[in-house]
Structure formats: structure tokens, C-alpha cells
Write a protein that binds this ligand. Structure first.
Ligand SMILES: [Zn+2]
Length: 327
């Protein structure tokens, strides 16, 4: 059974940095946000983290062959349809209500399920089994092609973590990454170009109130995960002491304690090119890269929105230690 480290949390919380750092641990292979692989990789042929188009990347070609007999053999539209039926944040309470591994039998191998139909009263379970079979096969193929024992998926969404917990067929470990809600809200307000395609496109933007609501909902959903190991990590602590954070992640993921971490220095990391399939533009960074806390929100987030976000996110902001004397 493949071990999967799932990095969860709201976007702009530093998941790409954490993925890149943990992906350089011996025995680990980080592949980016797998939830977007089907659409942005298989269908839209966006760029892999190595810089080549998805269809041209030798790593993903091999992984596709190993998992499915080639990417042509799967219907990415089917994966999207299944995702819409089972992998939604509004299904989290229902997904969380049942212990792992208690599903009725699924609908057979991926792609052979009854498209678009669901027997009355059965809920999204057969679709979940079929949906998860794509992930299980992909993770196993990534492990085989890379030779890694740990696959790191930085999809972030809580609903996918809950799907994997229920029926992933993998040894799942969840790293719940949190960051100060004011910094996250500030980041969601910025215009950021997407270098993932040649088309002119920008990352989604949220108003402070929407970012605060998202921050609450996404983080709270990770507190509902039961029966799988969950490690909570603050982005700010990763940036302050990257080596300690990476060693904690190694231990949590069941990797042997690494020797010296030569790719980490004081305030920098030496990043190897990777095959991160989707995520923040930082997935393309290689070579010596500064690791520093992004504190622009302290100067640039106006007092009104700052108060609004603080108030709206108060309970978890306090629980994570972002209020009071510590900061
Ligand atoms: Zn690649």
C-alpha cells in the first residue's frame, strides 16, 4: 500500500513551498495538486513543474502508462463528473460521518461505472469508489515510476482528503497547513499571473470577507477528519525553521530520519526541478530560492479589512496561536 502525504489547507498558505521542501526528502515524490491533474494536465495540457507540457513530460507519460495504459485510455470528463458528485466541500459532513473502509462494494474498475446514474437512496458511494480508483492507481504508478515510498499530493481541498480517508486504498497522512488569516486574505486580494499556460490568465481573487469565510470553512473541515493521522503545521513556523519542519514531516510520513539536509540553508532552499502537475507559480522555481516570511499584509492590508478578517476568523485564529502575545 502506497503512503500518501496529503497537504491540506486553504490556498495561499504556503503549500507549494512545503510540498517542494518535503518532496526533496529521500524516498518522497511530490506531484503537485493531483485534484487538478485531470483537467489542467490531461485535458488542457498545461505545463508540468519541469517546464514541459504535461503530454511531453516523460515522468507523466510513464506514470499515465503505468496507471491506465496511457492517458488516452481515461476519460477526464468522467473524472470531472465523478468529482462533482462526491468531492465537494458541501459533502464533507456526510463524508466525515462514516468510519473509513465501511463502504459497500464499488462499481468496478474506473470508467466502467454507470455514467451519470445513481440508484435512489444509496448516496454518492458507488461513485466514490470509482472516483477513488483513479487516485489509487495514479499514486501507485507515481510510486513505481519514481521509486519513492511516499507520494505527496498538495491538492489542499478538505473534501478530497475526506474522500481518501473513506475509500482511498492508501496509507493516508494529512498535513493540515495553516497560515494567519490576515496574510491569506491579503494574498487572495492580489493579482497573480498564472505561468501555467501560454494563455493570458490570472489566479482567482477573493474579497477579504470571502477569503475569511473560505479560511474558516476549509480549515474547520480538516478538524472533522477522524481515523487518519493529521499533523497541523503553521506556515510561519515552516519559514522560521524549515529544517525542523521538514524533519517533522519526514517522521510523520513514516520516512526514515534523514541525515544532513544539504538543500536547506539559513533562509534559503536549493530546489530541484520537480513534476508538480498544478499549483502555485512557485512550483516552477529551481535553484537557490529564498525562504522568508511574507509580511506585506502588515503594511498593506488596510485597517478595515484587517479588522473584518480578524473578527470573522477569530476562533480558529486564536486556536492556532495567531492572537495574543506570541505574535
Ligand atoms: Zn514534468
Amino acid at each position: 500500500m502506497v503512503t500518501v502525504l496529503y497537504i491540506g489547507g486553504l490556498g495561499r498558505s504556503g503549500s507549494t513551498l512545503v510540498e517542494r521542501l518535503a518532496g526533496q526528502l529521500p524516498g518522497a515524490c511530490a506531484v503537485g495538486e493531483v485534484v487538478h491533474l485531470w483537467q489542467r494536465g490531461v485535458t488542457e495540457d498545461e505545463r508540468c513543474g519541469c517546464g514541459t507540457a504535461f503530454a511531453q513530460c516523460p515522468f507523466w507519460q510513464q506514470a499515465g502508462k503505468t496507471a491506465f495504459g496511457g492517458w488516452d485510455e481515461i476519460d477526464a470528463g468522467r473524472v470531472a463528473a465523478l468529482r462533482a458528485r462526491v468531492d465537494r466541500n458541501r459533502f464533507v459532513p456526510r463524508l466525515a460521518a462514516r468510519p473509513a473502509g465501511t463502504e459497500p462494494a464499488g462499481t468496478g474498475p474506473a470508467g466502467t461505472g454507470p455514467a451519470g446514474t445513481r440508484p435512489a437512496g444509496t448516496g454518492p458511494v458507488p461513485a466514490l469508489a470509482e472516483y477513488m480508483s483513479y487516485y489509487t492507481r495514479l499514486y501507485a504508478a507515481v510510486a513505481e515510476v519514481s521509486g519513492a515510498t511516499l507520494v505527496i499530493d498538495s491538492s489542499k481541498h478538505p473534501s478530497l482528503a475526506h474522500c481518501l480517508r473513506r475509500q482511498g486504498g492508501v496509507d493516508l497522512r494529512v498535513l493540515h497547513l495553516v497560515r494567519d488569516s490576515r496574510a491569506v486574505a491579503y494574498s487572495w486580494g492580489q493579482a497573480v499571473r498564472r505561468p501555467d499556460t501560454d494563455r493570458h490568465s490570472y489566479m482567482t481573487r477573493y474579497s477579504p470577507a470571502v477569503a475569511a469565510a473560505q479560511w474558516n470553512a476549509q480549515n474547520a473541515a480538516f478538524h472533522l477528519l477522524r481515523g487518519v493521522p493529521v499533523m497541523r503545521l503553521r506556515y510561519e513556523d515552516v519559514v522560521a525553521a524549515p529544517e525542523a519542519a521538514v524533519r517533522r514531516i519526514a517522521g510523520f510520513s513514516g520516512l526514515p530520519a534523514p541525515g544532513s539536509l544539504a538543500f536547506l540553508g539559513a533562509g534559503w532552499a536549493d530546489l530541484e526541478p520537480g513534476h508538480s502537475v498544478s499549483g502555485n507559480p512557485m512550483r516552477f522555481a529551481t535553484g537557490k530560492t529564498a525562504i522568508r516570511r511574507d509580511e506585506r499584509w502588515r503594511a498593506d492590508l488596510p485597517a478595515g479589512p484587517r479588522r473584518e478578517v480578524t473578527t470573522l476568523t477569530f476562533p480558529l485564529l486564536a486556536a492556532y496561536g495567531y492572537l495574543g502575545g506570541r505574535r
